[in-house]
Every structure is written in structure tokens, then in C-alpha cells.
Design a protein around this ligand. Structure first.
Ligand code: MCN
Length: 793
């Protein structure tokens, strides 16, 4: 028997291509001479009324083909962009127009769209557009939004887009009765992901077929297709969206559609030419999306052991100028903040606030990093207050392995109760303590202190609802060559999907791994799909692919049984050959079974695996068993009952320089439980990538807005990202595999885990090294330096 590939660290099939520069991104498609290029005029002001736009000078520029402003938009294109995830509490949801109408609400908002022979001409033409503005006072930051002395949207009182409260038990009463209480104020600054490839879209209109072909760098091809069809008054069947390689998404590319994803197809149809837009880095900073910015106030009551008796959390979420993704980020914070713990009484209330800054959409981790930070800092504060070990306080609050499924009593975005399916938090804690050397650390700290060096250790725990629905599908097709083509509608941004999905197909079908080719993000191949976000591909597409391969296998066995005159039950498939068990000579390969499944009987050349000629076969005999359709394929969809809960714990040891406040990572350890692993090497890669991103979020990255709403660090010269020199050399990862009972393979998601506990774990470690409370993240060396001075004075 062939060895099962699930669970093995199979090398990524994608890497050869990527490492040799053969990746094919949106900017690489449709590069023929005739392509027209687009550039966007963006608002230089955070808040202003548009009095007049003068484009008279633009069309005179040689090489300019068109210029569009709001007044040129018609029909659905002139309506606001869709609010993708509405929520009843979002009483004042607002989305932007593809091109600003009457008013601009953040620096970077698109005002005009120019299409020209090349990008240089387009940019020059943009510079000739004159706009008359009436300046309006901007609202920047959570404090200004709460003060509500100025409004972002005239018709949104107090700048409050939504207020949502949930309560389990009676938190305030429990806190009032508790033997010990604490209160904390914790801030996380706004930040954003920085994919190597920015946003980009190409569109071509076929006037004969009345079809639109779009290539776009997205996390949801089907989402873009739906938006383009709706906005351009086309049928879904008239729009094909292909997502080639994507150089990173991290959440920012799930916002479907971006204005440019609509304007490019609109211009392509109007001009009858292929049109392309590629975002530059400054545009990414000021006109894509940000996240993270939240301020939290926490009241907690606990007993002598640190057991949570009541937890009352209020937080304020900076939503930016618009709410395309509804309340998804703060709802995730509010419902997954509790992590692996079971407070007996919990109240959470948040306000989602408008500010004149770039809008917020989910960024890897999506609200969980903030929630984890709030909860874990509370745990650390309780331990410090009681003089207990931080791990002990956590352990007494864990949901125990025999308590699953565990219902926290909270309602998620979809209106359903949030229930954790499985986990083993005590076992994770033991593993992380061993991995980081928790018990040995105090001796090391004392030894270092004797040398005048400051070291600290931090630990943080989290859970992550992964693999959300509603569905994902897969199509498995065995070709006459014996090769297997697998199509899934979701897109891929570097997660190694082509490898893991091939592993699953090879396992189920019994074909060689090398014979499986995975196609993603092409609406022509899989028109019904949702997309890649919320760490859902492994659970959703993995399950759908497993089920589709199972169907294909059933069909293979039926046809082969007839061809081999054997009973299906006696057949096995090994290395792409179906044979009778115990009689290996009686066999037929998958390619030949595929030939047999076709009503047009091909004469097949075994050596070249090519069809040489065909006939219609025996007209009196159906090509496949009576209850089967022709063709050797399997298709299936998977729709989960609810999200499956992955979990994990991170620990870090840092050293802080007593003079310069430089923060050095001495050790970083991760214990992660994403259920059954498909490919541990890929999961570890995902975790390493997440940790690197988390290091950036915890120590360096913030969006530095000034009071007028200008983003002062909108370039890589000023926005600090960690380089390889700042990311720990060895990130030790250990796995726990608590199978999910919710899907056929027992898997849970892993793609966001690495980034969730970063702010929490670094704040804890720096606090331990310095002995001063860390309540605002990120914390760079200069901020640590200032904190020290404040504390010593
Ligand atoms: N996996 C596995 N076994 C499991 C769980 C996962 O082998 N039990 C594998 C999966 O098969 C997949 C990878 O690990 O190859 C991540 O799986 P999953 O958790 O399902 O996450 P998705 O594939 O849905 O990816 C989305 C997730 C998110 S939400 C963001 S944001 C993110 C991330 O993945 N953006 C990324 N990782 C990224 N990695 C790269 N390189 N680029 C991005 O933009």
C-alpha cells in the first residue's frame, strides 16, 4: 500500500516556480502592446466637500483615452459599494462610492480615474485635474471620535456606527462581590498588512461574446465576479474572474470589490480595450485598508486562586471612514477574547467609531490579536496582584478537555451561539512550558540580572474559530492521461494549497501525488465558491476536495469492476492503477478507466498516453454504469455545522538593553493545535510567517496619522517592518492534534495563528524584563525608552 500523505511534510510543489521567478501575477498577464493603463486621483485631504472637479485639461494630453469622475458613473455603478456583512447592530453602516461623490472622507479616497496609453501619461494627466475643496474638520483617532465635537458623516450621531453589548451571567454584580478586583486600560494602535504584491486588476471586454474577462489579485474571485456583474448590469455568466498567483493577501484582498476592481472593467467595456491598474506602495498605505486600532477598558473580579468570577470589557473600535465589512472585526474581538478560559460572568460592549482615516477590513487574525492582548494582559495583571505564577492563574481558568463541546453563551456574527468543538488546553500549557523552559527561567533571569542584563519571559494563550462556512466546493477530474485535475474556487496567496490539496487527493484516490494538479481562483472552473480568509481553506476546501475525490473514486471502482469483471469490493487503487487485491496482473490504470468513461471511445496509445483516434463505441451499451454520468469526475460541496476552534500558546524570552532600550528576541516558542495536520511543514511555515508579522505588529508597525488625517509614514522609509534581522532565528513549534469532530478529516485552520498572541506575549515579556506596566502596543525601543523615563520621574 502507498503511505498516507496526510500528516507528512511533503515539499511544496509551488516553490520551484516561485523561487525561479516564474510566478505569474496580475501585472504579468495581458502584457500585449494594446493594454491601457489606469491611474487614480486620490484625495489629499482627510475631510472635505468637493465643490468642483475640472478635467478640461486632461483629455488634451496626448495618449489619454478617458477620464472618469463620479458624474460619469451610471446605474448601479453610481450607488455606494456593497456592505458585505451587514449586522442589525450596525445602525449606521456606510460604504464609499467607486469615485467620491460630493465629499471625501480620508486621504487617499479615489476621486477620478484616468486611462491612458501608459502609466506615466496617466499619472501626468491625474496631476492636471483640478479639484475645488471646502475643507471640513477631520476626526482622527478614537479619542476624537468619542469626543464627537466633529462628525465624519453628518448623519451619524456621535460618530458611532454601531454599539453592541452581550452578557453572560451578571458581570458587574460578580465583580462587586469578588474578593479581588482590578481594572486595566489597554490600547492597540492601528496597523496594516504589507503584501509584496499590491492590489491589481486587468480587464478585457469581448464585444462579440459580450463577456468580460477580469484578472485580479484577490482573495475571492467569485466575490469580485458577483460585484462586477451587479455593478455593470451583467449576468454572472458574462463575467469570468481569474486570480493568478497572489503575492500575499493577509486579509486586505478580501474586500470585494475595491473601487479599481469595478472601474477597470467599466473602462475596458467602454473603451473596447484591455485596461490595467496596478497599485503602488503609497496607494497601498493610503487607499487599501488598515486594522487593529482599539482601546479597551477592563474590570475584573477574581478569587484567591485567580479564578475569574466576573469580567467586564468595554472597547472602542476605530473603523475608519467606512464599514464595508460591517462589524466583523469587533465582533470577533468581543466573542473570541475569552480564549481558553471560562469566566462565570462576562459582559462585553463595544462601539464602532467612524474616523477620517482609511477604512478597516479584517487583517490576518482579524480582531483576535486585540482580544488576546486584552485577555492575556488581564491574566498577567491578576497573577502579579496575587503574586502567583502566570501559568497557574491561567490553568485554573481553562475549559477542561472533558467539557467539550463548550458553549461560551455568546452570539457570533451569524446569529448563532459560539461553541468550541474540541481542545486540550492543559496539555498545551505543559508543552509550551517545556518548550520555552518556563520553570528554569527565574534562575536564568537572576543570573542575567547579576551581569546587569535585563531579560523577561511572556506567555499568551488564544483560540481561533476557523473554517467558517457557508460552503466550498471541489471538482476532481481524472483525465485520459491518468493525470488528475482538481479545481477549487478559493484563491491562494502563498499557503501551499496546491501541495496540501494534492496530498488529500492522492490519499483518497490512490494516484501518485505528482499526477495531481490543483487549479484555484478561476470562476470558469469552479463558479460557486466563497474565498480564502478566516483560515478556512484547509477545513472547507480540504473537506470538499476529500469528498469530491471520494466520489471520483467510487466511479473509478464501478467502471473498473466492469472492465476487469471483478467485484468492486475486491479492488484497490495503488499508484494510479486499479487492481484486484491478491491478483496484481488483473489491473487497469486510471487513464484507461477515464477513456472507458467517455461515450466517444478513444483509441489510446499506452506509451504516449495520448488519444489517437476515436469512435462512438458500442451504441447499444452505455459507456458508464447505468446510474453514472459519462466522464471520470467527482464534484462535491462541503458546508460545516459551525466553525471549528483551533488553539495555541506562544511564549517569548526577550532581552532589553538598559541603555538603548533595544529589544532582542532570545527565544520564541509556539504550541499549536489545528486538529489533524495535513502538512506539518506548511503549517509551521504559516506559523513562522505569522510570528514574523506579529513581531512587526508588536514592536514596530503603526499608522502614524497627524491631527489633520495625513498618514506621515506612508512608505517603507518610515513604516518600520521587521527584516530578517529582527525575526527570531529559530521559532520552536510543537503541535497538538485534537481532532475536530465537525469535518471528515478532523482538521482545524492554521493560517492566522502565528500572529494572534504577538502583542500580548511581547507586552508580557517586556514588562517582566523592565518591571514597568506595558499597556499600549506596539512598543518600539524609543517608546520603551520614554516609558522608562516616565517611570523613573
Ligand atoms: N494546513 C494543514 N493542516 C491543518 C491546517 C492547515 O496542513 N490542519 C495547511 C492548509 O492546507 C494551508 C495552510 O496550512 O495550506 C493554511 O491553512 P488554513 O488555516 O486553512 O488557512 P487558509 O489556507 O484559508 O489561508 C488563509 C489564512 C489567512 S486568513 C491569512 S490572512 C493568511 C494566511 O492564511 N494570509 C496569507 N496565510 C498566508 N500566507 C501567505 N503566504 N500569504 C498570505 O497572504
Amino acid at each position: 500500500m502507498t503511505t498516507k500523505l496526510m500528516g507528512q511534510g511533503v515539499q511544496r510543489v509551488e516553490d520551484q516556480r516561485f523561487l525561479r521567478g516564474l510566478g505569474r501575477y496580475v501585472d504579468d498577464v495581458a502584457v500585449e502592446q494594446q493594454v491601457l493603463h489606469a491611474a487614480v486621483l486620490r484625495s489629499p485631504h482627510a475631510h472635505a466637500r468637493i465643490l468642483d472637479i475640472d478635467v478640461a485639461d486632461v483629455l488634451d494630453v496626448e495618449g489619454v483615452h478617458a477620464v472618469y469622475t463620479y458624474d460619469d458613473l451610471t446605474g448601479p455603478m453610481a450607488e455606494p459599494l456593497p456592505l458585505l456583512i451587514p449586522h442589525p447592530a450596525l445602525t449606521h453602516g456606510r460604504t464609499q462610492y467607486a469615485l467620491a461623490k460630493d465629499e471625501v472622507n480620508y486621504v487617499g479616497e479615489a476621486i477620478a480615474f484616468v486611462v491612458a496609453e501608459d502609466r506615466y501619461v496617466a499619472e501626468d494627466a491625474v496631476a492636471r485635474i483640478r479639484v475645488d475643496y471646502e475643507f471640513l474638520p477631520p476626526v482622527v483617532g478614537i479619542a476624537a471620535a468619542r469626543a464627537a465635537e466633529r462628525l465624519v458623516h453628518d448623519d451619524v450621531p456621535g460618530n458611532v456606527g454601531a454599539r453592541l453589548e452581550q452578557e453572560v451571567g451578571d458581570a458587574k454584580a460578580a465583580i462587586a462581590r469578588a474578593p479581588h478586583t482590578l481594572s486595566l486600560d489597554l490600547t492597540v494602535e492601528r496597523s496594516a498588512c504589507m503584501p509584496m504584491e499590491g492590489r491589481g486588476t486587468v480587464a478585457r471586454w469581448d464585444p462579440d461574446l459580450h463577456r468580460l474577462q477580469v484578472w485580479t489579485s484577490t482573495q475571492s474571485s467569485t466575490g469580485v465576479r458577483a460585484a462586477v456583474a451587479v455593478k455593470m448590469g451583467l449576468g454572472l455568466g458574462q463575467v469570468d474572474v481569474v486570480t493568478p498567483d497572489v503575492g500575499g493577501g493577509f486579509g486586505v484582498k478580501i474586500n470585494h470589490p475595491w473601487p479599481e476592481e469595478l472601474l477597470v472593467p467599466m473602462a475596458a467595456r467602454a473603451l473596447g480595450r484591455t485596461v490595467k491598474f496596478t497599485e503602488d506602495r503609497r496607494e497601498h498605505f493610503i487607499s487599501s485598508a488598515h486594522e487593529r486600532g482599539q482601546v479597551h477598558h477592563i474590570e475584573v473580579g477574581f478569587d484567591d486562586d485567580g479564578r475569574l468570577l466576573g469580567l467586564d470589557v468595554e472597547f472602542w473600535h476605530d473603523h475608519g471612514a467606512f464599514t464595508p465589512y460591517g462589524l466583523i472585526v469587533p465582533i470577533i474581538t468581543s466573542t473570541q477574547l475569552l480564549g481558553p478560559y471560562k469566566p462565570q460572568n462576562y459582559r462585553v460592549v463595544f462601539e464602532s467609531l467612524y474616523t477620517n482615516t482609511v477604512m478597516v477590513t479584517p487583517y490576518r487574525g482579524a480582531g483576535r490579536p486585540q482580544g488576546c492582548y486584552a485577555m492575556e494582559r488581564t491574566m498577567d495583571a491578576i497573577a502579579a496582584y496575587l503574586g502567583k505564577d502566570r501559568t497557574e492563574v491561567r490553568a485554573v481558568n481553562f475549559i477542561q478537555p472533558d467539557e467539550f463541546p463548550y458553549d461560551q453563551g455568546l452570539i457570533f456574527q451569524d446569529g448563532r451561539e459560539l461553541e468550541y468543538d474540541s481542545g486540550d488546553y492543559p496539555a498545551s500549557l505543559e508543552k509550551i512550558k517545556a518548550l520555552v523552559g518556563w520553570d528554569e527561567f527565574p534562575a536564568f533571569q537572576a543570573e542575567m540580572a547579576a551581569q546587569g542584563r535585563r531579560v523577561g519571559i511572556g506567555l499568551a494563550c488564544y483560540v481561533e474559530g476557523t473554517g467558517v462556512g457557508p460552503y466550498e466546493g471541489a471538482h476532481v477530474h481524472i483525465e485520459t492521461s491518468g493525470k488528475v485535475k482538481v479545481a477549487t474556487g478559493l484563491t491562494t496567496q502563498g499557503q501551499g494549497h496546491a501541495t496540501v490539496f494534492a496530498q488529500l487527493v492522492a490519499d483518497e484516490l490512490g494516484c501518485p501525488f505528482e499526477d495531481v494538479e490543483v487549479v484555484t481562483g478561476d470562476t470558469r472552473r469552479m463558479p460557486y465558491a466563497v474565498g480564502t480568509f478566516a483560515s478556512r481553506a484547509a477545513v472547507m476546501s480540504g473537506s470538499a476536495i476529500h469528498l469530491a475525490a471520494k466520489r471520483a473514486k467510487e466511479k473509478v471502482l464501478k467502471i473498473a469492476a466492469e472492465a476487469l469483471e471483478a467485484d468492486e469490493k475486491d479492488l484497490q487503487i495503488v499508484d494510479g492503477v486499479v487492481s484486484v487485491k491478491g491478483s496484481p496482473g488483473t489491473s487497469i490504470d486510471l487513464g484507461t478507466v477515464s477513456v472507458l468513461s467517455n461515450p466517444l471511445r478513444y483509441a489510446f496509445d499506452e506509451a504516449s498516453k495520448a488519444a489517437t483516434q476515436f469512435s462512438v463505441g458500442d451504441p447499444g451499451k452505455p459507456p458508464v454504469p447505468e446510474d453514472e454520468e459519462p466522464g471520470l469526475e467527482g464534484k462535491d460541496f462541503y458546508s460545516p455545522e459551525r466553525a471549528t476552534f483551533a488553539s495555541g500558546m506562544h511564549a517569548v524570552i526577550v532581552e532589553t538593553d538598559p541603555d538603548t532600550a533595544e529589544i532582542t528576541i532570545l527565544k520564541y516558542a509556539v504550541v499549536h493545535d489545528c486538529g489533524k495536520l495535513i502538512n506539518p511543514m506548511i503549517v509551521e511555515g504559516q506559523i513562522h510567517g505569522g510570528v514574523a508579522q506579529g513581531v512587526g505588529g508588536a514592536l514596530y508597525e503603526r499608522m502614524a496619522y497627524d491631527e489633520s488625517g495625513q498618514l506621515l509614514n506612508a512608505s517603507f522609509m518610515d513604516f518600520l517592518m521587521p527584516y530578517v534581522t529582527e525575526v527570531p532565528d529559530g521559532i520552536d513549534v510543537d503541535h497538538l492534534e485534537t481532532a475536530s469532530p465537525l469535518n471528515p478529516l478532523g482538521i482545524k485552520g492554521a493560517g492566522e495563528a502565528g500572529v494572534i498572541p504577538s502583542a500580548a506575549v511581547f507586552a508580557a515579556a517586556i514588562e517582566d524584563a523592565e518591571g514597568i506596566p506595558i499597556t499600549a502596543m506596539p512598543i518600539s525601543p524609543s517608546e520603551l525608552f520614554t516609558l522608562r523615563q516616565e517611570h523613573s520621574s
